[in-house]
Structures are given as C-alpha cells and as structure tokens.
Write a protein that binds this ligand. Structure first.
Ligand SMILES: [Fe+2]
Length: 196
C-alpha cells in the first residue's frame, strides 16, 4: 500500500444505519490500515481511538486491515520479535477488557513483504493475537488461508474477511494440501459468490 508510505496510518469510519429508522446507528466500523509501526513508542491513531470512542459500546467494531507489523511481520524471536509484539500489543490495548469486537486481517508486510518465510510469520502473528484468549478479539482468516470467512455482526451487517495477499504471495502459502476451507482461487471466488 504505497499511499501509506506518505500517510502511515489511515483510518476510515463507517457508520451503518438501520433502514427502518434512518437516525439509528446499528454499527460503527472503524477501519485502520498500516497500524504496524510505533512512533516514539506511541501510536497516535490507537491513542485517538482510546480517547474518543466508547469501546464498551457493542455497536462499535474495530478492524485492523493489514500491515499490522512493519516492516516484515512477526519473526520467531529476537529484537524484531519484541518490536512486532509491541506494535500488536498497542493495537490490542484499544479494546483490552472491553466489550467491542476487534479483528486483525493480514497485509503484505505481515507476510514478510511477500518473501520466503512469510507464511510462518503470518502464523506467528495470528497465534500471538488469538492466544491472548480475549473473547472480543480475533485474527481472521486463520492459518494464512485466503477466506472468505463470513462473520455476522448483527441482523443487518455481515463482515466477510479475505486475505488478498494470499493471492499475491510468491513463496509458501496454504494450497491444495492445506486445511483451508477454500484452497484455490476458483474455490475462493465460488465461496464468495455463495455468501453474497
Ligand atoms: Fe501498507
């Protein structure tokens, strides 16, 4: 996401209104891209979200759209692991002990910028997020699978999680031999059509 070199973190707020009563918001979805780098030990977008949004309101949902860890995802151990963990911890802290749901979707940097070993790092990141065991937080799709993974937020809003980097990744990635629900590009497209 080259635009985001200039604007390291973008945030988009999507409000979904109930159709019967236009003034009633059923869901607010906060989409945060490129959150994977701290600035002097802080994360201005996460700080803003903490200060201005009620994360004990279940109509608020937070989605980290990918590039959750710069520059090359989460290695197994070492200094880079510590930095990766710090970035994810800061993102997680927005919804710690809260009711609102949060989701993490992988991006190309989480996949080690498409390099060999990217799949391992995706699994490291997903494992780290999901192993927190927080009922309101999930990394999706799991195991480096492409999705689509449908997630019903309420009777009016359905999220569909997909990992577009799976399509682009040159190195190892889950394929025909994997446990993914959908293992080929054709299967992904058919599944998406079925959901829609
Ligand atoms: Fe990016």
């Amino acid at each position: 996401m080259h635009l985001l070199r200039k604007f390291p973190m973008l945030m988009l707020i999507l409000s979904l209104y109930g159709s019967a009563q236009q003034s009633r918001i059923t869901q607010r979805i906060f989409l945060v891209g490129d959150a994977g780098e701290m600035q002097n030990g802080k994360h201005p977008v996460c700080d803003w979200l903490k200060q201005h949004i009620d994360w004990n309101d279940s109509s608020n949902v937070l989605i980290y759209l990918g590039d959750n860890i710069y520059p090359e995802g989460m290695p197994d151990a070492g200094k880079k692991y510590d930095a990766a963990k710090a970035a994810i911890d800061y993102q997680l802290s927005v919804v710690k002990d809260k009711i609102s749901k949060a989701f993490f979707v992988p991006g190309n940097h989480d996949w080690k910028q498409g390099k060999s070993g990217g799949w391992e790092q995706i699994k490291n990141e997903e494992y780290y997020i999901n192993s927190q065991g927080w009922p309101n937080v999930q990394a999706l799709p799991m195991n480096g699978c492409p999705g689509p993974v449908p997630y019903l937020l309420n009777n009016q809003v359905l999220l569909i999680f997909m990992d577009s980097q799976w399509w682009l990744q040159k190195g190892e990635k889950p394929g025909l031999e994997s446990d993914c629900d959908y293992k080929t590009e054709d299967e992904v497209i058919t599944a998406l059509k079925d959901i829609l």
